[in-house]
Design a protein around this ligand. Structure first.
Ligand code: CA
Length: 321
C-alpha cells in the first residue's frame, strides 16, 4: 500500500512538471534591488536579499590600494559626489577613476542614483530621488559578510554573482584583478562549482585564463554583447558553464523564427552544458515589448532561458510564481 502511494505520488509529481516550468529558473538581483535603491549600495543589497533572489550581483573594480570595490564602472562621477570632494583628481580625459583612489578616500564619498553626465539628470527618472543620498561605497568582502550573515539569520542560501570588470584596464594599471578577487572568494568559502557563487566576465580571454591559468573551479559565466551572435557557444563551453547574453541579442536571434526554432538556442546550449542567464530585465525600461510581462514571456517561455539579471527581483520572482 505504501509502495502504491509512493508510486502515485511520483506519477503525480511527473504530471505536475509542466506547471512547474519555472522551478529551475534563477533570479539574479542586478546591482542589488537597483530598481528601488541606488545600485550597488549595501541598502540595495539588503533589500534584494529580502526579496529572495537566487543570487545577488557584485561588479568589481580595484581601488588604488588593491581592494575589490563593488561598483559598476571604472569611473566614479556617475554615481558618487567625487567631483565635489576631490575636484582636482580627474585624469586628463576629465574622468575620475576608482583605481586612482584609496579605499579610505572612496569611503569618504556618497553614492546616489546613476546620472547622465551631460545633463546631471537621473538615468531612470522614476527611481530613488537623487537629492539627499547618504549611501556609501563598500568592498566585496563587506558585501559577502552581509550576505553570509543574512543567510545565517534567515536560514536562506542566497548566492553571490561577482563580475570582473575591465581586466585589460586593470592590467594597464599594473593590477591583476582576477587573482585578487579569486583570493577574496576563496577565503570566504567560494572555490568550487557547487558553492553558491557564479563568476562572470565579458572578456573571453580573461575568463578562460581564470579557468585554465588561475585554475578556478567556480561556475563561470561568459558575458556577451552585440554585435556578437551565438556562433561561439562551443568555444565558450570549453571553459564556461553559462553564457550571459543581452536581451537585445536574444531578440535579434529570435527575429523571424518560429516558436520551435526559437527553442533551438536553449537546446544547443543544453547539449553543450551551458546555462543561459540574460541581462537586464527592467520593469521601467523594456523598449521592444509593450509590457514587462511580454518581455518575460518572450525570454522565459518562448526561448526558455535559465535565468535573468533584473533590477526588480521581486517582480521576476512574482512572475515565476
Ligand atoms: Ca554586471
Amino acid at each position: 500500500m505504501k509502495f502504491i502511494l509512493i508510486l502515485a505520488l511520483l506519477l503525480f509529481s511527473n504530471c505536475a512538471m509542466p506547471e512547474d516550468q519555472f522551478a529551475e529558473k534563477i533570479v539574479i538581483a542586478h546591482r542589488g534591488a537597483s530598481g528601488y535603491l541606488p545600485e550597488h549600495t549595501m541598502e540595495s543589497k539588503a533589500m534584494a536579499f529580502a526579496m529572495g533572489p537566487d543570487y545577488i550581483e557584485q561588479d568589481i573594480v580595484l581601488s588604488k590600494d588593491d581592494v575589490p570595490i563593488v561598483i559598476h564602472d571604472i569611473f566614479l562621477e556617475e554615481v558618487t559626489n567625487v567631483k565635489t570632494i576631490f575636484p582636482e583628481r580627474n585624469r586628463s580625459d576629465g574622468r575620475y577613476y576608482v583605481i586612482d583612489f584609496t579605499l579610505a578616500e572612496l569611503k569618504s564619498l556618497t553614492v546616489h542614483e546613476r546620472i547622465h553626465l551631460g545633463t546631471g539628470k537621473t538615468v531612470f527618472p522614476n527611481r530613488y530621488p537623487l537629492e539627499d543620498s547618504h549611501f556609501r561605497l563598500h568592498t566585496l568582502s563587506e558585501e559577502i559578510s552581509m550576505i553570509q550573515g543574512l543567510n545565517k539569520s534567515t536560514g536562506k542560501n542566497i548566492g553571490i554573482y561577482p563580475e570582473i570588470k575591465n581586466p585589460g584596464f586593470h592590467k594597464e594599471n599594473g593590477k591583476d584583478i582576477s587573482s585578487i578577487v579569486l583570493k577574496v572568494l576563496d577565503s570566504t568559502g567560494y572555490s568550487k562549482k557547487t558553492d553558491p557563487c557564479i563568476l562572470q566576465c565579458f572578456d573571453a580571454i580573461e575568463l578562460r585564463r581564470i579557468r585554465e591559468e588561475l585554475d578556478s573551479d567556480l561556475f563561470l559565466t561568459q558575458l556577451m554583447e552585440l554585435p556578437e551572435g551565438f556562433e561561439n557557444l562551443e568555444t565558450y563551453s570549453s571553459y564556461a558553464d553559462a553564457i550571459g547574453p543581452s536581451i537585445e541579442q536574444l531578440i535579434l536571434y529570435a527575429h523571424g523564427k518560429s516558436d520551435a526554432e526559437k527553442k533551438s538556442l536553449i537546446q544547443r546550449s543544453r547539449d553543450l552544458n551551458l546555462k543561459i542567464h540574460a541581462y537586464t530585465f527592467r520593469k521601467d525600461e523594456h523598449p521592444n515589448f509593450e509590457t514587462f510581462e511580454k518581455l518575460l514571456d518572450f525570454s522565459f517561455r518562448e526561448l526558455d532561458i535559465d535565468g535573468g539579471f533584473t533590477d526588480f527581483p521581486d517582480a521576476v520572482k512574482e512572475y515565476f510564481k
